[in-house]
Design a protein around this ligand. Structure first.
Ligand code: PLP
Length: 472
């Protein structure tokens, strides 16, 4: 399997060569030359598989340059009941009527990002061990990505993490979760600024190819292809959990920000998994809902992004969306390049012709949005009807899912649980009047010793920090 760029100007390269890169050299995103298709016989054969077996089966089709026994070993190291709370790894539990919850947040940082990031930690350590190289992972986080990356990379040989977070702007739990990791290879920088400032610094350093090469800088951000592939696995696991034959179909509802999670569902559907609808849920930052309603993609300026009670979905543009655009125009890199050039000049592009709208709707994507009041009332209703407490992101997905679930009452609607409520305690107190339950391992988290360096919003300060850590 070789990878190309959505903008067409990259020599095809194998999986392990694109593994640690961010954008392709032409500014596009890497994509497999073709997405592998499964036959009905393949899907029948996969039905009884464990999570680990499914992961080897699916990831192996994309990472053809990792020998199967090695991939098996990496998957077994990653997907343990100890790390994810049960041997099912991502269990499905019923809500009511045809609604179900796919639990993705029982890993170490209590958010779905662990499912892919834990795998990346073991995979990076494996690759670096063989090459003898070192890697400095530079990242920016508004909360969940940082926690997931830090818990995945702590104590891994050959790897350091430098994580920028906006000082005082993550939830108290998220900050304590990141800053209380004292492993010597983890470096938290709390920046005097907002999340976009953190991201701009990571971007500026990423564009400095000389500095990047000299200090072995890599990323684990949401456009990382290996993350997308690792996320594809749980769509299969959930499908098999709720069906008995591949004549049956299911739908998924996905609280979305950078379009990574729902894109993994799109890959599963393209591979042949019988998915009826992929329902994309946004919050007040509804750039993607607007696209699926109108065919017009118009990213917001970063100062137009609203700070909401589902902060991990507060985005101005959706970085993985280019992959979906590329698929929707039939894998035509010239058209994708043209559309993104137009985005650069006009601030928007338009796929609203009837033919383009049909291509998009054939992909099963549908969308909806929630307000703060919707999320609060959903958290209350779920609690009253089932006794279960869901977080604000998951509540957003459930709210949007209900509309589509009612349209097809015979088709299971699987809502992805993207974080546990303990991460967003203030919102739970607002909705329910009491604190959410906290997993035992996190008792007293905020009182633990922390290691974090407060720095100015200055790219050169970050450069100097990296250069001292990792002299060339
Ligand atoms: C990252 C995140 C999302 C958004 O996921 P994308 O893959 O960026 O669309 C949603 N909910 C939570 C809790 C997250 O951490």
């Amino acid at each position: 399997m070789l990878y190309v760029s959505t903008r067409g100007a990259m020599e095809p390269r194998p999986f392990l060569e694109i593994l640690m890169e961010g954008l392709a050299p032409d500014g596009g995103l890497v994509m497999p030359e073709t997405i592998p298709r499964l036959s009905s016989a393949d899907i029948a054969r996969m039905r009884p598989m464990t999570y680990q077996e499914l992961a080897v089966e699916i990831i192996g089709r994309f990472a053809t340059d990792i020998p199967t026994p090695d991939l098996q070993h990496l998957v077994e190291l990653t997907y343990t009941a100890e790390a994810f709370g049960s041997s099912e790894i991502t269990p499905v539990t019923p809500l009511w009527e045809n609604l179900h919850v796919l639990e993705l947040s029982n890993g170490p940082s209590l958010a779905f990002k662990d499912v892919a990031m834990q795998f990346l930690g073991h995979l990076f350590a494996y690759v670096l061990d063989r090459s003898g190289e070192e890697l400095n992972i530079l990242g920016a986080t508004s909360g969940d990505t940082g926690g997931a990356a830090i818990y995945a990379m702590r104590s891994k040989p050959h790897i350091r993490v430098v994580m920028l977070s906006p000082l005082g702007r993550t939830s108290a739990f998220q900050a304590a979760q990141m800053y209380s990791v004292l492993d010597p290879n983890i470096h938290n920088l709390a920046l005097r600024g907002v999340f976009d400032d953190c991201q701009d610094i990571v971007k500026a350093i990423g564009e400095d190819s000389e500095f990047k090469a000299r200090h072995h800088i890599g990323t684990v951000n949401s456009i990382n292809w290996a993350r997308v592939v690792a996320q594809t696995v749980y769509y299969f696991k959930a499908y098999f959990a709720l069906t008995e034959s591949h004549e049956e179909r299911v739908s998924f509802a996905v609280p979305s920000g950078n379009f990574g999670n729902v894109y993994a569902g799109h890959v599963a559907r393209t591979m042949g998994l019988p998915i009826e609808r992929l329902v994309l849920a946004t919050n007040e930052n509804d750039v993607l809902d607007e696209f699926f309603r109108t065919g017009i993609y118009a990213p917001r300026s970063s100062n137009a992004v609203q700070a909401t009670s589902s902060p991990s979905m507060d985005i101005s543009k959706a970085s993985n969306f280019e992959r979906f655009v590329y698929d929707s125009v039939g894998g035509d890199a010239a058209v994708t390049r043209e559309l993104y050039a137009r985005l650069g000049t006009d601030g928007r592009f338009d796929l609203s012709s009837p033919e383009q709208r049909r291509l998009v709707s054939d992909s099963g994507l549908a969308s909806g949005t929630s307000s703060h009041a919707d999320r609060m009332s959903t958290i209350r209703e779920v609690s009253e009807r089932t006794g279960r407490v869901v977080d604000t992101h998951t509540a957003d997905g459930i709210k949007v899912a209900r509309h589509f679930a009612a349209l097809s009452p015979d088709i299971p609607m699987i809502c992805l649980e993207t974080a546990l409520p303990a991460k967003f305690a203030d919102s739970i107190v607002e909705a329910l009047g009491h604190q959410p339950r906290r997993p035992a391992a996190y008792e007293g988290l905020e009182n633990r010793e922390q290691r974090v360096l407060v720095i100015d919003n200055d790219v050169d300060a970050v450069r100097r920090f990296i250069a001292e850590l990792s002299p060339s």
